[in-house]
Design a protein around this ligand. Structure first.
Ligand SMILES: Nc1nc2c(c(=O)[nH]1)N[C@H]1C(S)=C(S)[C@@H](COP(=O)(O)OP(=O)(O)OC[C@H]3O[C@@H](n4cnc5c(=O)[nH]c(N)nc54)[C@H](O)[C@@H]3O)O[C@H]1N2
Ligand SMILES: Nc1nc2c(c(=O)[nH]1)N[C@H]1C(S)=C(S)[C@@H](COP(=O)(O)OP(=O)(O)OC[C@H]3O[C@@H](n4cnc5c(=O)[nH]c(N)nc54)[C@H](O)[C@@H]3O)O[C@H]1N2
Ligand SMILES: [Mo]
Length: 754
């Protein structure tokens, strides 16, 4: 059951499968709570289907043909959450000051419902008050015009459509910057950097069909049952075909162990479960480079490598092989926390495979050596030629439903990834070429005062980023904060010194009616397939504007008029925006509108590396020689733990649906720290006791999170786990992946203060 906060904390280990009756009960609990059961139930049948809408939860691939119900427990929660009948109206804001709302939990803020009117912060009353859209656009433009464009940031959170995202980046560049951080800066940027350098594309090469022909899956640091549950269907059929699924994860995540399909009546009636993992290795947090080095060592020692592929398609194999051979099993065992025998068992299974997919998530990307983690996994694939053939390839599992797509259409702070020449040719201006700010650099700018204005296309920036304390203090000094959002969150409650705007938009499941009729939007999934999405639900309020209309409103007020950029016409007909995308990105989007019509199940935008064409420095796939086995970026020390920050099964990032982390058996509270039994004894605490975590960093900043209940849990010694975003104040801003700047949220150095 989904529970309220702390109503009765309960830590009973869960011994059911993922899916199954627990998942049905969880839905039966959530749908009525949002008081819109009939609409939600009808909408769920349109989810992830041709002519329907693309789920607003994760970015996992949508199979064709779809399952009769192509949704999962968490996708259904996301749908119910968006089309709730609860409303945050002007009356709500008349009743509550921002000082009061800041004391509310993340759960309570979003549970209050959908925002209904454009609002402006009024300092005298400390409240949001209604203001008309035209006033909002004019006032925002008036604040932005005198500012140095370099001091303004345009953040995007990964959910907005390709159409909106395209307009967002174009507005920023026409205004004069490419300060376009997005949530992927906290997420799969290690993939974008690592895969680009290794294989020449910033995205995975695996397609959903590959799951039908692989005979092995290497699975690192991704929590499938919670974060991409529809993928359990693919994993289950892979397992049933007798393929190997080899998991590396510090936690024994239930969905990786066994699954009962909640949509299969026979499985439900008989309680039949399918195991998922064939091997499960509880690697230490940050120990993956070591574990993968061990696998590579076995492959080299047993000559289980694809010499022909390596010779024809790769570069720098020799230094990589030398380094691996020179690394001792002692070091590998110590750094991975795994025995040689366990690693060899994994390596032997991999060596027998003819086609392997490498799946991974935040467990690899969110470390100081996050890029090396990704590259090391590619090294393993290259050793056996597992790229560019059926059933093989890297498969990063993306987060937000269009986070990969936002990057594809120009949301990037990096000039070399921006379509500078095309923009210049088509719109007749000189796009900025100075590198823009990413998320970490934006935080630094907010803290040191060089960032003056922050515009947010969705998301909950102040809550999702590291170093929460200093970021919130800096935020209060901004000249302008503009938040385009569906629901209230903490980032909306920290008023800027200048103007603060809260602009409510349509969600993707809602009908988007413009001058030429109902509009579709498009998104890109984790496997580079572009899908159309048509919302049909009555909008939460008649005062909402669509995201494209809001961006156009700001852009029109802000920028000199340019006949090549008819913002209003684009809002009248989103197909015109798709025509622009097709002109600027012809390699991926030629005949964009036609292809949507021809392939209603979605079209693949293509991927050179999938055809063994490697757009890298050497023109071949690059091996990387890892410099360190420890991905955490810090040395072990007495009393220093590696904190990994987790998502529960009852949240979407900073959106907290409830207090039930069912598969982990943690219910009724999120204020916990999961510890190994021996560590509990060593630390001199007891299970059930409340402790404080303090960051163990060599700077003068005091970072603490208090009142966390110790829960005994099966985690490797020296590793502890607690929830995101509650623990974000503990992450130093400087603690991020070397090249990609992804905050290292999966290994934060902390001490326990009893
Ligand atoms: N329902 C739901 N769906 C979501 C989200 C959500 O919050 N809720 N968020 C979305 C977003 S934006 C994203 S990015 C994805 C995130 O999805 P995931 O990539 O699954 O991210 P996390 O939940 O942070 O969990 C990472 C997993 O890595 C493991 N891990 C931690 N440290 C290490 C390590 O050092 N090595 C290894 N091998 N494993 C490690 C953890 O135990 C955990 O199982 O999901 C997306 N989908
Ligand atoms: N410690 C720690 N920190 C992390 C992570 C971690 O694992 N550990 N994970 C990181 C990752 S992977 C990510 S992606 C980031 C997430 O960071 P963000 O993407 O910034 O945060 P979300 O929680 O996804 O944003 C939720 C808000 O989005 C708004 N929203 C929802 N739907 C829509 C819509 O359709 N349109 C608009 N305009 N707004 C909408 C709602 O107002 C909601 O409150 O957090 C990162 N932070
Ligand atoms: Mo993410």
């Amino acid at each position: 059951m989904t529970q309220q906060h702390d109503d009765r904390p309960d830590f009973t280990p869960y011994d059911g499968p993922a899916g199954g009756w627990g998942s049905v009960r969880s839905l039966a609990d959530i749908i009525p709570r949002e008081k819109n059961a009939a609409v939600t139930s009808a909408e769920l049948l349109r989810q992830n289907k041709p002519g329907g809408f693309a789920c607003v939860s994760c970015a996992w691939a949508k199979p064709h043909p779809p399952h009769p119900a192509e949704f999962c427990e968490n996708g259904a929660k996301a749908t119910a959450w968006e089309i709730t009948s609860q409303r945050v109206t002007p009356d709500f804001f008349r009743a509550h000051t921002l000082s009061e709302l800041r004391t509310w939990s993340d759960y309570r803020l979003e549970e209050a419902g959908r925002l209904t009117h454009p609002m402006k912060y009024d300092r005298a009353s400390d409240k949001y008050v209604v203001a008309p859209w035209e006033e909002a656009f004019a006032a925002i433009a008036a604040r932005l015009k005198p500012l140095n464009p370099k001091s303004v940031v345009f953040y995007a959170s990964g959910r907005a459509s390709l159409e909106t995202s395209y307009m967002w980046q174009l507005m920023a560049r026409l205004y004069g910057n490419q300060n376009l951080p997005d949530s992927s800066n906290m997420c799969h940027e290690s993939t974008s950097v690592g895969l680009k350098a290794a294989i020449g594309v910033p995205v995975g090469t695996t397609r959903i069909e590959d799951f039908e022909s692989c005979d092995c899956i290497l699975h690192f640091g991704q929590n499938v049952a919670t974060n991409s549950p529809r993928m359990l269907h693919q994993l289950r059929s892979v397992h049933r075909r007798g393929a190997q699924i080899i998991v590396f994860n510090p936690l024994r995540e239930r969905g990786l162990e066994r699954f009962t399909d909640p949509q299969n009546p026979i499985e439900m009636a008989t309680g039949k479960e399918t195991p998922i993992a064939t091997q499960y290795h509880q690697v230490k947090a940050g120990g993956d480079i070591a574990a993968m080095t061990g696998i590579a060592k076995y492959l080299l020692d047993h000559d289980a490598i694809d010499h022909d592929f390596i010779a024809r398609h790769t570069h720098d194999f020799a230094p990589f092989a030398d380094k691996v051979r020179a690394t001792s099993w002692d070091e590998i065992e110590r750094e991975s926390g795994l025995t040689r025998a366990a690693i060899e068992q994994a390596a032997a299974a991999y060596a027998r495979s003819t086609a392997t997919i490498a799946i991974y998530g935040m467990g690899l990307t969110q470390h100081v050596k996050g890029v090396d983690n990704v590259r090391m996994l590619v090294n393993l694939l290259l050793l056996r030629g597992n790229i560019g053939k059926p059933g093989a390839g890297p498969c990063p599992v993306r987060g937000h439903s269009n986070v990969q797509g936002q990057r594809t259409v120009g949301i990037t702070e990096k000039t070399e990834l921006a379509p500078v020449e095309k923009l210049k040719e088509i719109y007749g201006f000189s796009p900025p070429t100075e590198k823009g700010l990413d998320t970490v650099e934006t935080c630094r700018g907010i803290i040191d005062g060089t960032v003056k204005a922050f515009l947010s296309l969705g998301g909950n920036f102040a809550r999702a980023v590291p170093e929460t304390g200093l970021v919130e203090q800096g935020w209060a000094r901004l000249d302008l904060s503009v938040q385009i959002a569906t629901k209230l969150n903490r980032s909306h409650l920290i008023p800027a010194a200048g103007d603060t705007w809260l602009l409510p938009c349509l969600g993707r499941i809602e009908r988007d009616l413009q001058a030429t009729g109902p509009q579709r939007v498009t998104v890109e999934d984790s496997t580079s397939v572009i899908h159309a999405s048509l919302g049909k639900v009555e909008p939460a309020s008649p005062h909402l504007l669509s995201e494209p209309a809001i961006v156009a409103g700001i852009a029109t007020a802000l920028l000199p008029s340019n006949p090549a950029v008819p913002w209003d016409k684009w809002v009248d007909d989103y197909a015109l925006i798709r025509d622009e995308i097709a002109k600027v990105f012809p390699n991926f989007f030629a005949r964009f509108n036609d292809r949507l019509a021809e392939e209603p199940q979605g079209f693949w935008k293509g991927n050179k590396a999938a055809g063994r064409e490697f757009d890298t420095a050497s023109g071949r796939a690059e091996f990387l020689v890892p410099q360190e086995l420890n991905a955490t970026g810090f040395a072990p020390a007495d009393g220093r733990y590696r904190l990994l920050t987790l998502r529960s099964n009852d949240q979407f990032n900073t959106t907290i649906y409830g207090y039930s982390d069912r598969f982990r058996g943690i219910n009724g509270t999120r204020q916990v720290v999961l510890m190994n039994r021996d560590d509990i004894a060593r630390a001199g605490v007891v299970a059930g006791q409340k402790v404080t975590l303090a960051t163990d960093a060599q700077d003068n900043q005091d970072r603490r999170v208090r009142d966390l209940t110790v829960v005994e849990y099966n985690v490797p010694p020296g590793c502890i786990a607690a929830y995101y975003p509650e623990c974000n104040p503990l992450i130093p801003l400087s603690h991020h992946a070397d090249e990609s700047h992804v905050p290292a949220a999966k290994s934060v150095p902390v001490r326990i203060v009893a």
